[in-house]
Design a protein around this ligand. Structure first.
Ligand code: FES
Length: 331
């Protein structure tokens, strides 16, 4: 027996067949719900249950207990137990369609001990369109893919920038990358993902760990072209001073955005560090009393995203205004 999912506000409805997930049924019906990992870990496919019930084969990792208690469900894992009325974001149809094409390496530059700036040029004739915050896949010889966020706003010249963290034992980030040079070819798929700026009309809190800075940089650079950008507070969590690979550039953003605040937070700083210490999400709640008024963008390690969501929701943040991009470990 199939169940009907009705989305309030958008007047969209579709049927979910037995054993089908809400997301699978939505995509089959050409309803573009936000999604990314499809494995219950990233939390991108969250929707709010207004009426009805769902079940999971296993409790999904990407759903915090506070979110479940607030009626949030994950579309990629949820199976309806009844007809459902839900509140869900339907992605704009103008979202660029992903393509697969060849690129050439323009440059490789070390930004930090374990971070490389990889600049790629897509083959000529590709009309590159993406939303700041989205990511690409690099396609390896065996057909497997590795995901990297686009680290700058669309350039208009067919080039893209990536921040590649070198993971010990990483097939691409350590093994293949060391063999590559300017001019070499890489197959890529792009643009991908649902992490991009929404029209919330709220001040922004952007929280990153590691190279989770990359998509946030892309979004903030795009805001520099906005005649009336919202206030932006950027919190960047790293271990040591040496890890803050774009520190000076980020400081300069305050000259380009009217209301921009940058707070680097180090978990293992040297003795000379006079800035913030500890976990980045703790610094956010220490500083911001009215977190419920903000749109929150989280990008980086699954651990940071999970604890930040729990912490912020416990302080009254709106589940409808938290957007996440979880960097899942890829060997
Ligand atoms: Fe559902 Fe990632 S797409 S949790």
């Amino acid at each position: 027996m199939s169940y009907r999912v009705s989305l309030i506000e958008s007047d969209v409805a579709f049927d979910v067949e037995p054993h089908e997930t809400v997301l699978a049924a939505a995509l089959r019906a050409a309803v573009n719900l936000p999604h990314d990992c499809k494995s219950g870990t990233c939390g991108t496919c969250r929707f709010k249950l207004i009426d009805g019930a769902v079940d999971y084969a296993e409790p999904p990792m990407g759903l915090e207990p506070e979110e479940a208690a607030a009626g949030i469900a994950l579309a990629c894992q949820a199976r309806p137990l009844s007809d459902i009325v839900a509140e869900a974001e339907v992605m704009p149809s103008l979202l660029p369609d992903p393509i697969r094409c060849q690129s050439r390496i323009v440059s490789l530059e070390k930004l930090a001990a374990d971070v490389v700036h990889l600049k790629l040029a897509l083959v000529e004739g590709i009309d590159l369109a993406y939303l700041p915050g989205q990511h690409i896949n690099i396609v390896l010889e065996d057909g497997s893919t590795r995901s990297f966020s686009l680290a700058s706003r669309p350039s208009g010249d067919g080039t893209i920038d990536l921040h590649v963290r070198q993971i010990p034992g990483g097939v691409f980030t350590e093994g293949r990358l060391a063999t590559l040079a300017a001019g070499d070819a890489l197959d890529v798929e792009l643009p991908l993902g649902s992490f991009f700026l929404r029209d919330d009309f709220r001040p922004l809190v952007m929280v990153a760990t590691g190279t989770g800075l990359a998509p946030i940089k892309s979004i903030i650079e795009a805001l520099m072209d906005d005649p009336a950008p919202p206030p932006v507070a950027l919190y960047w969590g790293m271990r040591t001073e040496a890890d803050l690979y774009l520190h000076d550039e980020i400081l300069s953003w305050a000259e380009k955005l009217e209301d921009f605040r940058y707070v680097p937070v180090l978990s293992r700083p040297g003795e000379g560090w006079t800035g913030r210490r500890g976990y980045v999400q703790d610094a956010v709640v220490e500083d911001i009393d009215d977190i419920e008024e903000h749109a929150i963008y989280l990008c980086g390690s699954p651990g940071m995203i999970s604890s930040a969501k729990s912490l912020f929701l416990g302080r009254g943040a709106s589940v409808n205004h938290i957007y996440t991009d979880s960097f899942l470990f890829q060997h």
